[in-house]
Every structure is written in structure tokens, then in C-alpha cells.
Design a binder for this molecule. Structure first.
Ligand SMILES: *Cc1c(COP(=O)(O)O)cnc(C)c1O
Length: 345
């Protein structure tokens, strides 16, 4: 027998992007200046001091990636080394201890393997979302970094992001700011999300799917949304993405730029993008692990509508090619660049 695991009976197409508790998670504690060995545990609860640093001053950060079942039945993740490096940068900015890259990848491998029954089958459109995170666990009352931390990895199956095709979104130019110059916009700190909640709830109430944040200093340049980077296609088929010190460096966006150049033979450019020039673009998409690319059909700037020529019915043609190529690479249908696909089993 190959020791094949029996998959959980879940309605993969309809589980949505919600937390479903799985069997095992990884936990490692940092104390007296070092990380312990780390363990897998079935305990999904955490007990910490009522005065823990994370509860008082929000010292926490996270990462997000996915495990996929490929066409030939392997379980893989996509560029987990980049998540490890990004979390390292985040921890340094937040005065948190770095969890070493090899151990980060090892923890992911162990948690995914231990929850193999929850890795959705190939072709279901669903994936296993992986959430590494770290928080200050020891008490802090005077403002300073905590002494003790916990690093964890949990996994939860998530459904296909686009059910029945990817419909272009309508988004608004926000009056709120996401990240200050020289602030924490370039790192994956939980606090960036806490303060974006009011802006997204407001946008949803007004009927928009997302916010386009501008640079807070001049309010003339495109930054990103609350959780995804922008990618634009010019009318002469160049793929452009905003350059800014306060954008979170999306692994999906960085990968798509390589796909555009090396697989589709397109010109690519990372540069400052003015809100004013957005009306001249042919296509617009939002890039992140959750959806890979969500097409944008319309951007509303204080009542003024910018309608992308790709329209409100389907993804633009270049966006679609980028989407199909990157998801093809992730699912093992298209040969990946060296090091992109990390086989777990
Ligand atoms: C996580 C995140 C993204 C997307 O990054 P991926 O690595 O592609 O998932 C984009 N913007 C923000 C603000 C994020 O936190």
C-alpha cells in the first residue's frame, strides 16, 4: 500500500475563505534569547498573560501562502523561501526575534504533511491556506518590545476564490491612508490590517469591493489596496506596477512580473504610477496569494469614474494570460522557474 491518506469529505467548491480548524499546528516559543525546538500539537487554543505584548501594543505579524495538489498528485507550496525572508524583514522592523528560514520552511512542511487530509484535491479549485504568524507572548506594560514570543503555523482549507469566473471589481480611491512614508507599509504587520478595517467596511457599505490607497504625502501616486498590489497593463501591452517604499512586496506580484517577461515576452516596469495616468491603462488587476489576480473593471475617484477598456464582464486578455500561466505553474501544468515549486510530498 502506498499509505494513501483518505481526504476529508468537505464541499471543496463551497467552503469559502473561512477558518476551518484542522488536526495539527506548529508551535515554537522564544524565551531567554532563543527559540525552543518546536512541536506539532493538536491543541488549537493559546493561553498567554492578560498583559501579553500582543494584547497591549499589537506586536504581531504574519505571512500567508498556499499548498496545492498538482496535476500529478504531489503536494507543493509556492516560493516559501520568500515568505520566510519577508517575515524576517517584518520581525526586524517590529523588534521581534527572527525565526530562521530553514526552520520556517520545515515548520510549513510538517504542518501541511500532518494535515494532508485537508489538502484539497487537484481540480477542485480549493487550496490549503498556510498562515505562519508570530506574536509577543510575555507581559509588557511600559512601552517596549516583549521578552518572549510565540511562532505558530496553522493551515485551513479555502475554497476557489472565483466561483463561476472572475468578475471585474469596482474599487474606490480611498480618503484613508494605508501606510505612512517610513512607516510599516512594507512589512506584514497585523497592525496594518487593524487600521484598514474601518476603511474597508466603509468602502463595502458604499458598494465598492476594495480601496485604492494613494501615497499619503502627495495623494497623487497609486500605492496598493488593503491586501493586494496593483498591476496595470498599458495600451501597448507593457506590464507596470507601482514602485514605493511603503508597498508590501507581494510575492504573487513579483512572480507575475517574471511570468510577464519570461513566459509572455512582455515588457515590464516597476515605477511610480500617478493616479492621473490610470485612465490611460488598458487593464488593471489586484495581486495576492488569495486570488492570484482579481481583475478591476472600474475605479471611482470621488464620483469620477475611470472605466478600464477591459470592461466589467471578464478579465482583460493580458491579465487572463498572466493568471492562467501562474496558476498553471502552481498546479504543475506548466514548467516552473528553478526553485519556485517546493515539493512537500
Ligand atoms: C500579503 C499582502 C499582499 C500580497 O502578498 P502575496 O505575497 O502576494 O500574498 C499585498 N499587500 C498587502 C498589504 C499584504 O499584506
Amino acid at each position: 500500500m502506498s499509505g494513501e491518506i483518505e481526504k476529508k469529505q468537505m464541499d471543496w467548491a463551497n467552503i469559502g475563505f473561512n477558518y476551518h480548524v484542522t488536526d495539527q499546528r506548529y508551535v515554537s516559543n522564544y524565551k531567554d534569547g532563543k527559540w525552543d525546538d518546536g512541536v506539532l500539537t493538536s491543541d488549537d487554543k493559546i493561553t498567554i498573560s492578560e498583559c501579553a505584548g500582543v494584547l497591549q501594543y499589537s506586536q504581531s505579524c504574519f505571512e500567508g501562502l498556499k499548498a496545492y495538489t498538482t496535476e500529478d498528485g504531489k503536494i507543493v507550496t509556492f516560493r516559501p523561501d520568500l515568505n520566510a525572508e519577508r517575515m524576517e524583514n517584518t520581525c526586524k522592523r517590529l523588534e521581534m526575534p527572527v525565526f530562521p528560514k530553514e526552520r520556517f520552511i520545515d515548520a510549513i512542511e510538517r504542518v501541511v504533511a500532518a494535515n494532508e487530509a485537508y489538502v484539497p484535491p487537484y481540480g477542485s479549485g480549493a487550496t490549503l491556506y498556510i498562515r505562519p504568524y508570530m506574536f509577543a507572548s510575555s507581559p509588557v506594560i511600559g512601552v517596549k518590545p516583549a521578552e518572549e514570543y510565540q511562532f505558530r503555523v496553522l493551515v485551513t482549507p479555502v475554497g476557489p476564490y472565483f466561483k463561476g469566473g472572475a468578475k471585474p471589481l469596482t474599487i474606490k480611491v480611498s480618503d484613508f491612508d494605508r501606510a505612512a512614508p517610513h512607516g510599516t507599509g512594507h512589512v506584514k504587520a497585523g497592525l496594518n490590517y487593524a487600521m484598514s478595517l474601518h476603511a474597508i467596511v466603509t468602502a463595502h457599505e458604499e458598494g465598492y469591493s476594495e480601496n485604492m490607497y494613494l501615497d499619503p504625502a502627495t495623494r497623487t501616486k497609486v500605492e496598493e489596496t488593503g491586501g493586494a498590489n496593483f498591476l496595470f497593463v498599458t495600451k501597448d501591452q507593457k506590464v507596470v506596477t507601482p514602485k514605493s517604499e511603503s508597498i508590501l512586496p507581494s510575492i504573487t506580484r513579483r512572480s507575475l512580473m517574471i511570468v510577464a517577461k519570461d513566459y509572455l515576452g512582455l515588457e515590464v516596469e516597476e515605477r511610480e504610477i500617478l493616479l492621473e495616468e490610470v485612465k490611460d491603462f488598458a487593464e488593471c488587476g489586484l495581486c495576492g496569494t488569495a486570488a492570484v489576480i482579481s481583475p478591476v473593471g472600474k475605479i471611482v475617484d470621488h464620483g469620477k469614474e475611470i472605466c478600464l477598456p477591459s470592461g466589467m464582464d471578464e478579465m482583460g486578455p493580458i491579465t487572463k494570460k498572466l493568471y492562467d500561466t501562474l496558476t498553471g505553474i502552481q498546479m504543475g501544468r506548466i514548467e516552473a522557474p528553478e526553485g519556485w515549486i517546493h515539493v512537500i510530498k
